[in-house]
Design a protein around this ligand. Structure first.
Ligand SMILES: Cc1cc2nc3c(=O)[nH]c(=O)nc-3n(C[C@H](O)[C@H](O)[C@H](O)COP(=O)(O)OP(=O)(O)OC[C@H]3O[C@@H](n4cnc5c(N)ncnc54)[C@H](O)[C@@H]3O)c2cc1C
Length: 351
């Protein structure tokens, strides 16, 4: 009988399986989707702390970057790179305010002139008067990273769908799946947008926002975008094969839209913006991936012990950035370590 069952094989479940295995705790992963998850497979994969909702959120995100580096030290060859982000989502006074706030927090920020931007990005059409460069930031492919972490953890993976959690005398006893019951003494929900439905059987409501995201991949191009580029109306990066990867909405991490427009219209508008950014390039559509972002009601992660003994939760947006550090802290707590100071503002009880 598995002692520890992690539901969900996206980046969150994978990082947890890996961190538990490092602490000598074998876990079984159980997931509807294959290793690599759901939101994780549609993610932009931008690793950053320049976007944050409050100071504890900044600290967690910043430590998230360090946790990614620790993973790279432990497991060479992971799909994570540190090219930095060239940012001018805000301009003028608002850009300077961002620079001042981040610098005060200790984040590395370089202020770039128009000439410096043009030098770094010679293919860029419209060059802004000023921009910020965040050298600590990078990119990972959360689905590939999840697969690598699951392999390194040695965890068994079961393909099944959990229909409900089972309990006896106020203690979790396992889960009921479409393939039958699976007993466990500890269940960790790393189920992203699937979490509220599973908690409902205990009368527990986890509010989640409805935030669809569409990611577009173009044909391979010559190297034209050596950084994560964040402009007022488009974010974009280029992968190792030369494809541009671009969310269909600007400022996608703070995107409040509850619906996407018609796909052909949205895809075409994104391609038009990419062509305007990189004039003279033959930019065409190659692939799209769509997923709901797992955003808890207040936008912040939900991590810690659930409402019943044996139940743990790890649900978060910006999981590409956050999953490695959340997994480190939560695995420590689960295996009897002290309560994490980094996680204390993100507990499930706040709902
Ligand atoms: C378009 C888009 C862009 C994004 N961009 C960024 C970014 O640039 N930077 C960043 O940091 N984050 C970004 N994110 C967020 C980040 O990708 C997610 O927070 C992260 O991937 C969540 O990972 P997860 O493992 O928690 O969830 P998922 O990857 O969604 O995995 C959930 C897992 O749970 C399983 N599951 C759910 N319910 C059940 C059930 N009942 N039974 C069995 N299995 C179940 C699923 O099968 C799946 O394996 C983006 C997300 C999207 C969608």
């Amino acid at each position: 009988m598995p002692q520890t069952l992690i539901i969900g094989a996206g980046i969150t479940g994978a990082a947890l399986a890996y961190q538990l295995s490092r602490r000598g705790e074998a876990a079984t992963l159980l997931s509807t989707h294959a290793e690599g998850g759901l939101a994780s497979a549609a993610s932009f994969g931008w690793l950053n702390a320049s976007y944050y909702l409050n100071h504890p959120h900044y600290r967690l995100r910043h430590e998230g970057l360090a946790a990614h580096r620790r993973l790279q030290d432990q497991l060479p060859g992971l799909p994570t790179t540190w090219q930095g982000c060239l940012w001018y989502e805000a301009t003028g006074d608002a850009q300077e305010e961002t620079a001042t706030d981040l610098t005060a927090l200790g984040y590395k920020v370089d202020r770039l002139t128009r000439a410096q931007v043009a030098e770094r990005l010679p293919s860029l059409g419209p060059v802004p008067d000023t921009a910020l460069f965040f050298p600590e930031e990078g990119v990972s492919d959360p689905a590939l990273l999840a697969r690598a972490l699951i392999a390194a953890s040695g965890a068994e993976v079961m393909r099944a769908t959990v229909q409900s959690l089972t309990e006896e005398a106020g203690r979790l006893t396992g889960v009921l799946t479409d393939l039958g019951p699976v007993p466990a003494t500890r269940v960790i929900l790393a189920t992203g947008t699937g979490t509220p439905a599973l908690l409902q059987s205990f009368g527990y409501t986890l509010p989640m926002l409805k935030r669809p995201g569409l990611m577009i991949r173009t044909n391979p191009l010559p190297p034209i975008c050596p950084v994560v580029l964040a402009t007022p109306d488009q974010e974009v990066r280029q992968d190792a094969q030369g494809h541009l990867i671009a969310p269909a909405s600007a400022g996608h991490q703070s995107d409040h839209a509850e619906v996407l427009g018609a796909f052909p219209v949205v895809v075409n508008a994104t391609l038009q913006r990419l062509r305007a950014l990189f004039p003279g390039q033959e930019i065409h559509f190659a692939h799209q991936a769509m997923a709901m972002r797992p955003v808890p009601g207040d936008g912040l992660p939900v991590v810690g012990q659930g409402s019943i003994e044996g139940l743990w939760l790890a649900v978060m947006h910006s999981g590409a950035t956050l999953a490695p550090v959340v997994a480190e802290c939560l695995a420590e707590e689960i295996t009897g370590g002290p309560e994490s100071q980094l996680l204390k503002d993100f507990r499930p009880e706040r709902f």
